[in-house]
Design a protein around this ligand. Sequence first.
Ligand code: PGA
Length: 253
Amino acid sequence: MATRTPLIAGNWKLHKDCAESVAFAHELKSAIGADTDVDVMVAPTFTALYPVCEALKGSPIAVAAQDMFWETKGAWTGEISAEMIRSCGCTHVIIGHSERRQYFGETDETVNAKLKSALEAGLVPVVCIGETDEERKQGKTFEVLDTQVKMGLKGLSAEELASVVLAYEPVWAIGTGNTATPDMVQEVHAFLRKSVADSLQKELANAMRILYGGSVKSGNIAELMALEDVDGALVGGASLDTESFSGIVRYKR
Ligand code: PGA
């Protein structure tokens, strides 16, 4: 049985300008301290990546971009490459968040292209998947997730897959306060691990970290983390405040 170090990740979305992000990073750095039982990651906006990486130097908090483009350079106005993200000091990148899928035309094909480019640049990708409310009501949850996993992770070597983090975020639970029940979460996470084991390889599936996201807060993190196949959380709203995010990071204490 592989041991999986939990990852607690905060996605700041379109919140906090440069100065606010840096001030918040300093607050988190002292609230979380040097010694954590879990891996911690924050994802500020693109414009705050470099100063936040500088502010968090010497702390265990890793920094991620919220998205990226798959090309490395060229005439792609407005886009940012994996290498540029890495050059800011980032070690992680979120790919395929449902808000990108819903509002900005992200597909499993673009997720796959971004994933390959992220891995080539040495970034740890946090790949988001999840069903909509309608898909769940139609009984299509597992079919949708299976396709997202298989298409999103297609063509990767075992070595590449070893650093991939999956984040299961039911779209209907994001920002709504409606967390999926522990039974629902465990059922899906076990299914995802099996889907990775069947389509890729068993050992890898045991080692892969699968995060849950969708209205996670300090009040529900402990029961989610107690589930066998939950290896951390991707937190939106509750990651924007020092007390609530550090409370989530310290869920064991
Ligand atoms: P939420 O967002 O915690 O505000 O529901 C989660 C996410 O979008 O990653």
